[in-house]
Design a protein around this ligand. Structure first.
Ligand code: HEM
Length: 178
C-alpha cells in the first residue's frame, strides 16, 4: 500500500467525532419524529437539538482548520477527474453539514421554541416565530437530511473502494494513530 501524508491529529479527531455525532443525530431524529407525544419524546427532541448544535460547532472548527492547513495531496494515481469529484463531494458535504443543523435550528425558532443548549444556555433567537415558514423549514430539514444521507453513503463507498480495490493508501490519511 502506498505511503501517504496524513491530516493533522486535530482534523482526524474532529472528522470521526463529527461522523459519529451526525449518525446519532440522524438515527435519533428518525426515531423521535415517529414517537407518540410523551416526556421521553420531548427529551429526545432536546438531545437531538444539542447534538445538532454540537455538530455545527465542530464543523465550523474543522472548516477553519481545513482552510488554515493544507490537506495532504491525493495519490497521483487518482487522476484529474477523480480528484475533482472528490473535492466536489467534500465541498457539498461541508455545505450540508452546515445546512442540516441550521435548517433544524431555524425550524425550531420558527415553530416558536427557543434552543437551550444542554438545558443551560439559551442560544440566539435569530428569527421570530413564524407559522408561515415553519412547514417549509421542516421540509427543508428533512430533504437536506436525505441528500446528506446519500452523499455520506457515496463518501463511504469511495473511501472503501480506495482502500480495498485501488489499495492506494488514501484511507490512511484519515486513520487515527494512537
Ligand atoms: C447533524 C445535525 C442534524 C441531523 C443529522 C438531523 C437529522 C434529523 C432527522 C433525520 C430528522 C427526522 C426528519 C424526518 O424524517 O421527519 C430530524 C428532525 C428534527 N430535527 Fe434535526 N438534525 C440535525 C440538527 C438539528 C438541529 C441543530 C436542530 C435544532 C436545534 C434540529 C431540530 C429538529 C427537529 C425539531 C426535528 C423534528 C421535525 C418534526 O417536527 O417532525 N435538528 N432531524
Amino acid at each position: 500500500m502506498a505511503a501517504t501524508q496524513r491530516y493533522s491529529n486535530f482534523s482526524i479527531a474532529l472528522h470521526w467525532l463529527i461522523a459519529v455525532l451526525i449518525i446519532i443525530a440522524f438515527i435519533l431524529g428518525n426515531i423521535m419524529v415517529d414517537m407518540r407525544i410523551s416526556p421521553t419524546k420531548l427529551q429526545y427532541f432536546s438531545y437531538h437539538k444539542w447534538l445538532g448544535v454540537t455538530v455545527l460547532g465542530f464543523v465550523a472548527a474543522r472548516l477553519i482548520s481545513r482552510l488554515l492547513s493544507k490537506a495532504p495531496p491525493y495519490p497521483e494515481s487518482m487522476g484529474k477527474v477523480q480528484t475533482q469529484l472528490a473535492n466536489g463531494t467534500h465541498i457539498l458535504l461541508y455545505v450540508l453539514m452546515f445546512a442540516v443543523p441550521l435548517s433544524g435550528y431555524f425550524y425550531t425558532l420558527a415553530a416558536g421554541y427557543p434552543v437551550v443548549y444542554l438545558g443551560l444556555f439559551e442560544l440566539p433567537v435569530l428569527i421570530a416565530p413564524n407559522p408561515e415558514i415553519k412547514g417549509t423549514l421542516k421540509e427543508l430539514h428533512e430533504i437536506l437530511n436525505k441528500v446528506m444521507f446519500v452523499l455520506v453513503l457515496l463518501h463511504v463507498a469511495a473511501a472503501l473502494k480506495h482502500h480495498f480495490y485501488d489499495k492506494d493508501g488514501l484511507l490512511n490519511r484519515m486513520r487515527p494513530r494512537f
